[in-house]
Every structure is written in C-alpha cells, then in structure tokens.
Design a protein around this ligand. Structure first.
Ligand SMILES: Nc1nc2c(ncn2[C@@H]2O[C@H](COP(=O)(O)OP(=O)(O)OP(=O)(O)O)[C@@H](O)[C@H]2O)c(=O)[nH]1
Length: 377
C-alpha cells in the first residue's frame, strides 16, 4: 500500500522505550533491531556502541546513522531529540533514507518520558508528522522493587507506560516475588499491559494507538478505561475497610507509588466542543505539571458518531485522530488521567462544571470562567 493517498501524509508511529539504568532496554532493543518485522523502523539510541551492532552493520548512511542487516535504521541523538526527529523527516522527505514507517526512541535510564512526550506533542510540525504510539517501560524483575522504592523516576516511567516489559524474569528465584512485583505495577498503572521480555515484537512495539501497519489500532485497548475504573473501585473499597479480597494481604503503599495514580472520568452525554476545549484549557493551565498523561475517547455533541481521541501530557493536550466509528457499544466519553500529586476531586469538579452535571455546592462553568483563580488549590 502506498502512503500517497489523498490528503496529509499519515503520521509515523513513534514508540518511546524507557526503563531505569540497567533494566534491560538495550538487550530488548538488540532483539528488536534484528527482527525482519521491524525492517522499516528507525531506532534512535544514544550511542551506537551500546547495543553491540558491529555484526549487524550493513552500511553507514551518515556519521550518525547506520543501516542494519534486518533493514532497521539506527541513529544516534545529535544535539537534542527534536533536532534528530526533524533531521530524520528531512532525510526521508528528500529521499536520502527510505520511507521508514515507525520510530523507536530509547531514552537514557533516568529520563522522565513525560517531557519527551511533551516535546514531541508540543512541536507544531513534529506533532503532525509523528504520532506517539505508546510508551514501553522495561522493568528489571530482580531489582525492580528496590528501584521503585528508591526512585520516583522509576515509578513515573512505569505509570505512564502503555506496556511494561519485565526483563530478567529468568533470574527470579521465588515466583511469589514476581507476582508481588506484577501486582504492584498493576496498582501503579492499571492500564498497562504487562509483558515478558520474550513477548512477540508486535506486542512490544505496536500494542498502542497504532498497529504495525501504522493504522489506528484498538483504541479501547489503548485507553484501558475499564481497567482504570476497576482499579479505582478496588482501591476505594480498600480505603473504606472492605477487606474482602480473597485473603489478599495489602502492604503499605510506598510513598512514591502513592503520589502517582490513575483515574477515569466519564460522561453519558455527548460534550459540546467548546465545553471540552474550555475544560482542557483550565486543566492544563491550572494543573499541567501534574498531568503525566491524559488519554481519552470523547463524543462531541456536534458529531457524536465520530469519537475523537485525546492525547496529552503536562501542558499539551491534542487530538491525534477522529475515528470513523465507535470501537464498541459503549459510547460514553471516557478520559483517563495519570497524575502525580493531584487528587481526583478538583479535576472531577471541573469536569462536572463543564461537561454538564454541576452539583449544588459547585460553581457552574460560567462562574469558573469568570474567576480562573478559583480553580487553584
Ligand atoms: N538473565 C538475563 N539478563 C538480562 C536480561 N535482560 C538484560 N539482562 C542483562 O542485564 C544487564 C543490563 O541490561 P541492559 O540491556 O544493558 O540494560 P539497559 O537498561 O540498557 O542499561 P543502561 O543502558 O545502562 O540503562 C546486561 O548484563 C544484560 O545482559 C534478561 O532478560 N535475562
């Protein structure tokens, strides 16, 4: 199939591969770059040396780009990531490299994926040409617990992921340790798919908003609103002393884990475009730094048959796609928020004020619009 259909070029799916120092990112990448399924992929890494490519090298395209035997292009970050992504588009558009169909960015171990997502989504041109397919976070099955306990960065990396890949499961002696780590990761990020490092390539690089073919994939699976709602109910029941958990023993939640959580807001009624825009504007201006990710599927009153996809991070929230139809019978608008140090209540109040069900003791949308300071807590 040609890319040259009428209209704008389809965006290039971009996957962010992250994980703490030594988690197993490079080992996983090494497998990915050798797979023929990824022959039309560009992998952006920090240094060529790190993934031991010598035996796979076919051709040096430029001093920061090489072609590997399976057809995958590998490039190193020159200057900043934005410059590298722009440079790749230039080379692609003027035919100096092939029309690659997907990009995987490996971040350094301490990197927080939120600013990387922010940089790509915020850039007016890059956000048109690339579409963030998803974040993949590698967690070390042996040292994962200690790392999550000690470093809030590691918890953030897990919290914003679409897929969490557990590496080094072969080194775990006690299956109960692994089960506990899985359960903890599920609590930190109920919407993530948990995979082992030997999972199929497609599950690792294309389980998100876009499939391996670059087309919009299963939006419901990307959003995972049901999983987030279910986790919320469980945690709510737990907080209220409902210990009927089939004998599960609950440990104290680590303070890093406790600072980050996910929740889902829904609306049965289609939302007016203006109301949605104002809600999102208020939210990002008052709470932007705390929004690690915002993902949603929304019915607009103006065109309820074609749901819009919402994708955001920190102060940027944009609409990467309008779907031709609803992915399931469920036509509620659903927005999943992954936040740090932000409670559900202020966001929900704002949502109710704009989206239509203001409570007796809540200001309505006009009152909020007249007094934006009232939103700041
Ligand atoms: N047994 C086993 N070892 C693994 C696995 N994944 C990674 N390793 C080893 O763990 C060490 C660290 O793995 P890397 O892939 O270099 O980790 P990384 O996340 O890229 O590390 P940095 O680039 O330093 O952040 C290496 O010695 C790997 O061989 C695995 O699934 N099983």
């Amino acid at each position: 199939m040609s890319d040259r259909a009428a209209g704008p070029l389809p965006p290039i799916p971009l996957t962010i591969l992250t994980g703490f120092l030594g988690a197993g990112k490079t080992t996983l990448l090494n497998r990915l770059v050798q797979d023929p399924a990824l022959h039309d992929t560009v992998v952006i890494i920090n240094e060529f040396g790190e993934i031991g490519l010598d035996h796979l090298l076919v051709e040096t395209v430029s001093d920061d780009m090489i072609l590997l035997s399976a057809g995958c292009l590998c490039c190193t970050v020159r200057g900043d990531l934005i410059a590298t992504l722009e440079d790749l588009l230039r080379k692609r558009d003027n035919g100096r490299i092939g029309p690659f169909r997907r990009v995987i960015i490996e971040t350094t171990g301490l990197a927080d994926p939120a600013p990387i997502l922010h940089a790509v989504l915020y850039h007016p041109y890059l956000s048109m040409r690339y579409a963030v397919e998803g974040v993949v976070t590698v967690i070390d099955a042996v040292n994962g617990k200690g790392t999550l306990d000690a470093h809030v960065e590691a918890v953030r990396q897990a919290a914003v992921a679409e897929r969490i890949v557990l590496a080094k499961t072969d080194l775990v002696n006690d299956p109960a340790d692994l089960a506990r780590l899985r359960e903890r990761l599920h609590q930190v990020n109920p919407g993530a798919t948990l995979l082992d490092a030997d999972a199929p390539i497609e599950a690792i690089v294309a389980g998100g908003l876009f499939g391996l073919d670059g087309k919009i994939a299963d939006v419901r699976d990307w959003l995972k609103a049901e999983a987030v709602e279910e986790a919320e109910h469980r945690s709510h029941a737990h907080q209220h002393g409902d210990h009927d958990h089939h004998g599960h023993h609950h440990h104290d939640v680590n303070r890093h884990d406790a600072s980050i959580h996910a929740f889902c807001l829904t609306s049965d009624q289609p939302i007016r475009q203006g109301a949605l825009d104002t809600f999102l504007d208020f939210l990002r201006s008052s709470q932007g730094a705390k929004l690690l990710r915002v993902k949603g599927l929304v019915a607009l009153a103006e065109d309820p048959e074609h749901p819009v996809v919402i994708h955001g991070v920190q102060h940027v929230i944009h609409v990467p796609a309008v779907l031709p139809r609803w992915p399931s019978e469920d036509r509620r608008s659903r927005i999943v928020f992954i936040v740090q140090d932000l409670a559900r209540e202020p966001v929900e109040k704002l949502w109710n004020a704009f989206v239509g069900s203001p409570g007796i003791d809540q200001p309505d949308a006009t009152a909020l619009a007249d007094n934006p300071l009232s939103l700041r807590r």
